[in-house]
Write a protein that binds this ligand. Structure first.
Ligand code: TYD
Length: 138
């Protein structure tokens, strides 16, 4: 999969004067079943998160509060996305190097993932990631 498979997905938004409501259904609104949910919070200003890729994992990230940037790189190209709405998010396909930065104060990043936590699925070295991308392109 390449960078073009990663994309901003708009979620359903039920507008209500009492407060808006958004929901996400696995395989309906995002292209995978949700097996794990985690979130980043209390991120100090100037922090970077991510800095890795996954071999098989699909993820979907939402700025539940505040804002941050997600930089995606598929080994050939790079794109920066700014997330600042609770009703959309970025779908990150497998074999995509991601870095999160530019966190606003009190931001919360919710991540929906297609599988349980598995350290063996991580590429934590950019060189190893680029080598694996090249091997897959052959
Ligand atoms: P990591 O995915 O490296 O976060 P980031 O890329 O944002 O810095 O995870 C940080 C630590 O948390 C790492 O030691 C693994 C652990 N972790 C879990 O135990 N379970 C999880 O579901 C996640 C996402 C991380």
């Amino acid at each position: 999969m390449a960078l073009d498979d990663c994309r901003i997905i708009e979620l359903p938004k039920i507008h209500d004067v009492r407060g808006n409501l958004t929901f996400v259904e696995g395989t309906r609104h995002i292209p995978f079943d949700i097996k794990r949910v985690y979130y980043l919070y209390d991120v100090p200003g100037g922090s970077d998160r991510g800095g890795h890729a996954h071999g098989k994992l699909h993820q979907f990230m939402i700025a539940m509060s505040g804002s941050f940037d997600v930089v995606l790189n598929d080994g050939d190209r790079e794109r920066r996305y700014h997330l600042n709405r609770s009703y959309n998010g970025i779908y990150i396909c497998p074999m995509t190097w991601r870095t999160l930065d530019n966190f606003s104060s009190n931001s919360v990043c919710l991540v929906l993932a297609s599988d349980f936590y598995d350290e063996a699925d991580y590429y934590r070295s950019k060189d190893d990631f680029l080598t694996a991308v090249k091997a897959q392109q052959r």
